[in-house]
Design a protein around this ligand. Structure first.
Ligand SMILES: [Zn+2]
Length: 508
């Protein structure tokens, strides 16, 4: 009975809100968006793929992401970008811009040379509706000003105004400083960081795809906060370590988007504060080095339906600036093991844009291709590549020039110095087969070596063991090693001043 009274009360309140803010049918419902995404991925299956990246916290609705790229089913060695809408339920324009972007890319592919280039050379991920639950509350007219998701804060089994977490306060970067700890607050940050399925879905996607750039579309109810491009960050008296690189991009995105104020006016770049805790933008930048921007589209929550198309078109000009920038001044390359030539996930520091991990987490190459990207303003940079078990490599005066990409292929040598395989310092040779198949152990004749020691390393240069300090006059002194798994191993034999390294492939 109590619930019923409550529900009636809610409907009465909601009724009046709904009267004030009727929703134009130009805006997509969740169901309409799903249908449209389906149409896109079935009509353009050669360059798109849909993925359910999670399920909403309250109503268990699929959170859909569309990837656009040539070979959409492969994880290619290409820069990846992310666009999102509807972290905040009532900021309806976000889903419309994301859909407009998808249509722009798929319909102009093979017709427009730049779109073609983008699709063939990047992997774009679009999550038009991060918060389908909250969006449903808005679109069904229950509460057209609803902002949060639909976590059942009071555990009463139904949605009511006491529920929900502000998803854009729930990310794990200075989370405790953001929003409010009061579940009734519009900016409730949740019980703990990443408590919500929606934010975890974005987090997991970001860790997997390691986006180099992102735009989250929002709209602000306060007229004076609208038409702005926010970037990370000011923290106390300091700018973020990439300030000289991240800010000019915000400026350029902003000037590419015409304002509703009329000719000559554009959006404005505005720095955000790091201490606005729990934000998507700040977390993406902190955790994976993604140049992440928030665009507050338009002026107010509900731009009239008849200007939605114009707003989408204008904001896509900002998006396309970002794409152009990805192909412009930057340093990129791969990190490999100098012996095995396997790609390495290593820390790649630009000393001129570096902060310790308390401020920004380690910037690393990806583990699949060893690829790293750093968007930089023109200048000369010092690059340092660091990985435990390897000698740190420092490269000075790496130039970045306007409009050009500086490409580096970096070989890291495992320490202690086993990158001299094949250099036979005397005529003696280890008589160990290169491939040892289907065996429990490596057993080999040491050939002409009678004394010394053998250090064993894994394929990534990790020291495993010192086999023996042998000293034998026996003719066929044998080496016995029982690795617990198949793989590439390096045996480094040292006899007096002479070193020899043998690479073997051991198949258990
Ligand atoms: Zn927002």
């Amino acid at each position: 009975m109590k619930f019923l009274t409550k529900l009636i009360l809610i409907l009465l309140i909601v009724g009046s809100i709904n009267f004030i803010f009727p929703i134009d049918p130009r805006y997509h419902t969740y169901e309409e968006m799903c249908e449209e995404l389906n149409t896109i991925v079935t009509s353009y299956s050669n360059i798109t793929r849909m993925e359910t990246i999670g399920y909403s916290t309250g109503f268990n609705l699929p959170i859909l992401a569309v990837k656009i790229s040539d070979n959409p089913n492969l994880h290619e060695d290409e820069p990846r970008v992310l666009f999102t809408g509807i972290h905040h339920a009532c900021e309806l324009i976000g889903v419309e811009i994301c859909l407009a972007l998808l249509w722009e890319l798929v319909t102009k592919y093979e017709l427009d040379s730049f779109v073609n280039y983008v699709v063939n050379n990047t992997e774009t991920w679009v999550v038009p509706m991060v918060n389908p639950d909250g969006h449903h509350i808005v679109m069904s007219g229950i509460d057209t000003l609803w902002r949060k998701n639909c976590r059942d804060n009071n555990n009463n089994g139904v949605w009511d105004p006491e529920d929900g977490v502000d998803l854009n306060r729930n990310y794990d970067f200075l989370w405790h400083l953001g929003g409010s700890s009061n579940p009734l607050d519009r900016e409730y940050r949740g019980p703990y960081p990443f408590s919500e399925n929606e934010t975890r879905a974005i987090r997991n996607l970001a860790y997997r795809e390691r986006f180099i750039a992102n735009i989250c579309f929002h709209s602000h109810r306060d007229w004076s906060y609208g038409e702005a491009v926010y970037y990370p960050w000011r923290w106390g008296n300091s700018w973020c370590p990439d300030h000289n690189h991240i800010r000019p991009i915000a400026e350029s995105i902003a000037v590419n988007i015409p304002s509703e104020l009329g000719s000559g006016y554009t959006y404005s770049p505005i720095y955000g504060r790091a201490t606005e805790g729990g934000l998507t933008r700040n977390w993406l930048y902190y955790a994976i080095g993604c140049f992440s921007y928030t665009i507050e589209v338009s002026r107010g929550y509900f731009p009239a339906g008849n200007i939605v198309d114009t707003l989408c078109k204008r904001n896509l000009q900002g998006v396309f600036y970002l794409y152009r920038r990805l192909f412009s001044n930057k340093i990129t390359g791969h990190v490999y093991d100098s012996i095995t030539l396997q790609p390495l996930q290593a820390e790649v520091r630009i000393l001129e844009a570096y902060a310790p991990p308390e401020t920004t987490w380690y910037r690393v190459s990806d583990s699949v291709y060893g690829r790293f990207y750093r968007l930089l303003s023109p200048g000369n940079y010092t690059l340092q590549v660091i990985k435990p078990g390897y000698n740190t490599k420092t490269i000075y005066n790496v130039p970045v020039t306007l409009g050009n990409t500086t490409q580096l292929e970096i070989l890291l040598s495992p320490n202690p110095g086993i990158d001299d395989e094949g250099v036979i310092l005397n005529k003696k040779r280890l008589k160990i087969p290169t491939i040892i198949k289907k065996s429990k152990r490596i057993e080999a004749n040491l050939g002409e070596f009678k004394k010394g020691k053998i250090d064993v390393f894994s394929s990534t240069g990790q020291y495993i063991a010192t086999l023996s300090n042998f000293n034998s006059s026996t003719e066929n002194f044998s080496l016995v090693l029982e690795p617990n798994k198949s793989g590439i191993y390096f045996l480094r034999l040292q006899e007096n001043n002479q070193v020899q390294v043998k690479k073997i492939i051991f198949i258990k």
